[in-house]
Design a binder for this molecule. Structure first.
Ligand code: BGC
Length: 370
C-alpha cells in the first residue's frame, strides 16, 4: 500500500473512533455522554426514568442537572433518558427498553410506587441495581433511595398555612388538594400537613387526592369545592405542589374569588409559583434544592454503572415495606415573599432576570429582589 493509502486508512479509522465516542444523540433513545472531559474509570449506560412533564421540575431541573453531573464524572457513560408522561404502563415499557439497550443501572422516579415493583424485579433478574429517585418504590428490592424529608414538606406547608391564617385572624375552613394517590410522596405530604392542620382551629371542609398530580384535575376539584362550600365558605387552600396550586388559583379566579385574599400553599419553587408569590396570588411554596438531589443520584449511578461501591453517605435508611433502604434525604425549606432572596435567588435556582420580568418587576423591587 502506498504511503498516501496508509494515511487515508488511518484518517478514516480516527474519524470512525471520534464518531463512536460521540454516542447516540437521539432524544428518545438517550443522550450521548461522550466528550473528551470527565473522569475515567470506564462507563456504561445509565437509565434515567422520570414520571411526568406537566410538573416543570423534571425537564427544567432534574434531567439537565443529572445529565450534566454524569457527563462531568464519566465521559464514557451514555444516558438513556425517558419520561413516562404520568403513565405507569409506559414507564414499564421504557424501563424494559432501557434494559434491552444495555442499561447498567436504573434511576427510577416511579409513576406508581407499587406497580414499579415489577420493573425492579425485572431489573434484578439481570443484576441491574435500581436507585429509587425522589419517590419511593414500595415493597421492592431497591438498592438506594434519594429524596427529601417528605413528611417535613407537608409539615412546612401545613405550618405556613395555619400560621398565616392565625396571623390574619381568619376563622373558617380549609380546602385540601393533595397529590396523586399512586405516589408515596403524596401520602407523606398529606400526612405531614394533616399532623399540623388537624391540631389547629381550622377544619378541612373538602379534601381531594389528585390523579396524576394533574393541574387540570386540581382545577376541577377546586371548582367542585367552591360550588359545594360557597365563595365565602373557605379561608385557605392546601395545595400539595405548585402545579395543583396553579389549578386551584385558576378555579378561584374563574369563580370570582380573589386569590390574594386566600392563602394557598405549594411546592417545587416553580418559576410561575415564585412569580405568583411575589404578586400575592400564592402564599408559599416549598423549595427543594433539586440540583444536589440530581447530582447525588448521578454520583450513585456512575459508581453503580462501573460496578464500584458508591462513596456517598447512605447510612440513613427508609423502610419501603420490604427492606431498610440505604438513603440520602435532603432538607426542604418553606419559601414566602420574605425569603425568596435568601433561598431561590441566592442558590441561583432562578435568576433575578428570570423572576423579575415584565409585570413582576415592580413586585420584585418591593420585595427587595433586584
Ligand atoms: C415530587 C414533587 C412533584 C410531584 C408531582 C412528587 O413526587 O416530590 O416535587 O411536584 O411529585 O410530580
Amino acid at each position: 500500500m502506498s504511503k498516501f493509502r496508509w494515511l487515508s486508512v488511518i484518517a478514516a479509522l480516527v474519524a470512525a473512533m471520534a464518531l463512536a465516542a460521540c454516542g447516540d444523540d437521539d432524544d428518545d433513545g438517550g443522550d450521548g455522554g461522550g466528550g473528551s472531559e470527565g473522569g475515567g474509570g470506564g462507563g456504561g449506560a445509565i437509565a434515567l426514568l422520570l414520571p411526568e412533564s406537566k410538573t416543570a421540575r423534571y425537564e427544567s431541573q432534574d434531567r439537565p442537572n443529572f445529565e450534566r453531573k454524569v457527563e462531568e464524572l464519566c465521559s464514557d457513560c451514555e444516558i438513556i433518558y425517558s419520561n413516562a408522561d404520568q403513565d405507569a404502563a409506559k414507564q414499564q415499557q421504557q424501563a424494559e427498553a432501557a434494559i434491552t439497550q444495555g442499561a447498567k443501572v436504573l434511576v427510577l422516579d416511579p409513576v406508581d410506587a407499587a406497580s414499579a415493583g415489577a420493573v425492579v424485579q425485572r431489573a434484578k433478574q439481570s443484576q441491574i441495581p435500581v436507585v429509587s429517585y425522589d419517590r419511593l418504590i414500595t415493597d421492592a428490592d431497591i438498592d438506594y433511595y434519594i429524596s427529601f424529608d417528605n413528611e417535613k414538606v407537608g409539615q412546612l406547608q401545613g405550618e405556613s398555612l395555619v400560621s398565616k391564617l392565625e396571623e390574619d385572624g381568619a376563622e373558617g375552613d380549609i380546602i385540601m388538594i393533595n397529590g396523586a394517590p399512586t405516589d408515596n410522596n403524596a401520602k407523606l405530604f398529606k400526612q405531614g400537613a394533616h399532623s399540623v392542620i388537624d391540631d389547629s382551629p381550622f377544619n378541612v371542609a373538602k379534601e381531594y387526592d389528585t390523579p396524576d398530580w394533574s393541574p387540570d384535575k386540581a382545577q376541577q376539584e377546586m371548582d367542585q369545592a367552591i360550588t359545594a362550600v360557597g365563595k365565602d365558605g373557605f379561608v385557605g387552600v392546601y395545595a400539595a405542589n405548585d402545579g395543583t396550586a396553579g389549578g386551584a388559583i385558576a378555579a378561584m379566579k374563574g369563580q370570582g374569588v380573589d386569590p390574594k385574599t386566600i392563602p394557598v400553599t405549594g411546592q417545587d419553587a416553580e418559576l410561575a409559583a415564585i412569580q405568583r408569590i411575589l404578586i400575592g396570588e400564592q402564599y408559599m411554596t416549598v423549595y427543594k434544592a433539586i440540583k444536589p438531589e440530581a447530582e447525588a443520584a448521578a454520583e450513585l449511578a456512575v459508581a453503580l454503572a462501573r460496578g464500584e461501591e458508591p462513596q456517598a453517605d447512605t447510612s440513613e435508611t427508609v423502610d419501603n415495606g420490604m427492606k431498610d433502604v440505604p438513603s440520602i434525604l435532603l432538607e426542604p425549606i418553606a419559601v414566602t415573599k420574605e425569603n425568596i432572596n435568601d433561598t431561590i435567588v441566592k442558590d441561583e435556582f432562578w435568576s433575578v432576570d428570570e423572576i423579575c420580568t415584565g409585570k413582576y418587576a415592580d413586585a420584585c423591587k418591593e420585595a427587595g429582589i433586584q
